[in-house]
Design a binder for this molecule. Structure first.
Ligand code: HC1
Length: 588
């Protein structure tokens, strides 16, 4: 270990750590605009300049490794003057429209400028050209606001392996965007919004549906229902100063009622339903291949993450036959809200407006897909991110932290613990196996202490694999006796691509694969509160597993509202009615 001092504070630091790491360990905050915990330092923004005893030039704290005996100063006049100059130069070309920017009050550049005492840009000159790219349903780019920190480029290439954004040009003329100045809709962007999640300013944002939802709530002709994704309850509190991982399910429901939604429902209901449909599909394909020797595509790959579906369609079209035909829970919910729910309440489906609250920007794109209207109406009419819902709660003057808990409405608000864990990587797999194992063997999924938990698919490792022995099979599934169900899980599209290449090359042959587009699964979605670090991901995941563990029912097949839905409306899992409303197809 190295002994160093930062502003006179002694610290013992591991060799190889940067000054920025060491400062954070010592409790000294050094501002930065380009640094990312998941990537090697870039040293692009130069905001983290510090003085190192014995060095002639100022050093970028993110890119300078510590050495034994190092003495660092972070607040000298020389440091403050240099940082102020760097930020002043950024402000001089930043076409920020700060007064009306959605990031106003939550902008990293604004915070750093204020910390340096910069209350105006003092360097005259032209501002960046302001091109607004609204060509995709999910993401809006405002090029004039870009400060060229390259965080979006790095997450798009490194974490997602998509590479839709590039730095282009030189000097003042440098731009960040799709190649050759194209707009996002012209390239293979999957609309996951990971760029939006890391942008320090308002240069890349989710396309807002806030006004659309307010307008619906104001319209007395409409019956406006809202569904909330599993991951929202584990993250929304962060927008109101609560620690990451605080479960706010009850407060969220109360806030939605205060916003005057006519019914507050849960995407979790549809997540349980998804398990019934997807589990049936898995068993049908296993039967075809293992018992009947027919040539059906295996593995079955999950389909609920729309960024992943977009990626599969554009980058792995040859694997689309493996992807489950199930719509995502968001879309299943919408299709049922406009049929089963509308009929049972005697409401004209044309008057039902479905708003979703999702951790994901790609859900906005998914809702706009033309095939997502099997009831004759769009399944979903508007999609708010977690951040947009928080904005509406602020707009409505609601003191979120003080709200009493409330409960979701019935029947589309009833769910089991299996649905809660959909929001964490590995959760869909675990939920599916809880049901499939019990259906096939007649016994609950074995887990530590009989706790129904599939530990190998939990956690943040990029690709996870597990084998589940099938023992004591009920007569109908006797052909599976003694088989090991082999499963794999990937999150983040670079990891997904790695796993899919292994499957294509035949180096692994799982029966069932879960892929989630965003790192950590939906709890790390592009629409979640900022920042989303690995520590934050783990805290949100823990919240979902706690929510699951606290539920009396933890297997989707036990959901009484889903059972009633099949009894009263759909028939059985995989029925013709279920296929008409709840399944879809993909476009290569
Ligand atoms: Fe997800 Fe899903 S879990 S995709 O991650 O299957 O967005 O939370 O709502 O639809 O249920 C997201 C989360 C979400 C769907 C479910």
């Amino acid at each position: 270990m190295y002994d160093i001092t930062i502003d006179g504070i002694a610290a013992r630091v591991r060799p190889g750590a940067s000054i920025l790491d060491a400062a954070s360990q010592a409790g000294v905050v050094i501002p930065t605009l380009c640094n990312m915990e998941t990537h090697r330092p870039l040293g692009a923004c130069r905001v983290c300049l510090v003085e190192v005893e014995g060095a002639r030039a100022l050093q970028a704290a993110c890119a300078t490794p510590v050495f034994d005996g190092m003495q660092v100063r972070t607040t000298t006049r020389r440091v403050r003057t240099a940082r102020t100059m760097v930020v002043d130069l950024l402000l001089s070309e930043h076409n920020g429209e700060c007064g009306t920017c959605f990031r106003n009050g939550e902008c990293e550049l604004q915070t750093i400028a204020a910390g340096l005492g910069l209350d105006r840009d003092t360097i005259p000159g032209p501002k960046l050209p302001a091109h607004i790219d609204e060509t995709t349903p999910a993401i809006t780019r405002a090029t004039g606001k870009c400060i060229k920190c390259r965080r979006c480029v790095r997450v798009c290439h490194g974490i997602q392996g998509v590479g839709a954004l590039f730095p282009q040009g030189r000097g003042f003329a440098t731009t960040i965007g799709p190649a050759f100045g194209a707009d996002l809709a012209e390239v293979a962007c999957v609309q996951c919004g990971q760029c939006v999640a890391v942008c320090p300013v308002g240069a890349i944002m989710e396309t807002s549906h806030i006004d659309r939802v307010w307008d619906a709530l104001d319209d007395p002709q409409l019956h406006v229902v809202v569904q909330t994704a599993p991951a929202i309850r584990a993250a929304l509190g962060e927008c109101f100063g609560l620690p990451a991982g605080t479960r706010v399910t009850g407060k969220m429901v109360r806030a939605l009622r205060r916003l005057h939604f006519d019914a507050v429902f849960d995407t979790d209901f549809a997540a349980d339903l998804t398990i019934m449909e997807e589990g049936t599909e898995l068993l049908q394909r296993l039967t075809a291949v293992l018992r009947d020797g027919r040539d059906e595509p295996l593995p079955v790959i999950t389909s609920c993450s729309p960024g992943w579906i977009n990626f599969a369609e554009q980058y792995f079209p040859q694997l689309l036959p493996m992807v489950s035909s199930c719509k995502s829970p968001q879309q299943m919910f919408g299709a049922l809200a406009k049929t089963y729910y509308a009929e049972s309440r005697g409401i004209d489906p044309a008057r039902v407006f479905v708003a979703s609250v999702m951790p994901c920007t790609a859900k906005k794109y998914e809702a706009m897909r033309p095939e997502m209207q099997s009831s004759g109406y769009p399944d979903v009419d508007a999609v708010l991110t977690t951040r947009e819902l928080a904005h509406m709660i602020h707009q409505a003057g609601i003191t979120f932290e003080q709200l009493e808990d409330d409960h979701m409405d019935e029947p589309l608000g009833i769910s089991t613990g299996a649905a809660d864990i959909f929001g964490a990587t590995g959760g869909v797999m675990e939920a599916a196996l809880r049901t499939v194992h019990e259906l096939v063997t007649g016994k609950p999924l074995p887990g530590p202490g009989g706790r129904l938990e599939l530990v190998p698919v939990r956690g943040l490792e990029g690709v996870k694999q597990a084998k589940l022995p099938i023992q004591g099979t009920v007569a109908e599934w006797g052909f599976l006796e003694g088989e090991e169900l082999s499963v794999a899980v990937a999150h983040g599209l670079s990891n997904a691509a790695r796993l899919l290449q292994e499957i294509q090359h035949g180096s692994i042959s799982p029966h069932f694969v879960e892929i989630m587009c965003c790192p950590g699964g939906c709890i790390g979605g592009g629409g979640q509160p900022r920042p989303t670090t690995d520590a934050v991901r783990l805290a949100r995941m823990r919240a979902l597993y706690d929510e699951d563990a606290a539920k009396p029912l933890r297997g989707s097949h036990q959901n009484p509202a889903v059972q009633a839905l099949y009894r009263e409306f759909l028939g059985e899992p995989g029925s013709a009615a279920a296929h008409r409303l709840l399944h879809t197809s993909y476009t290569a």
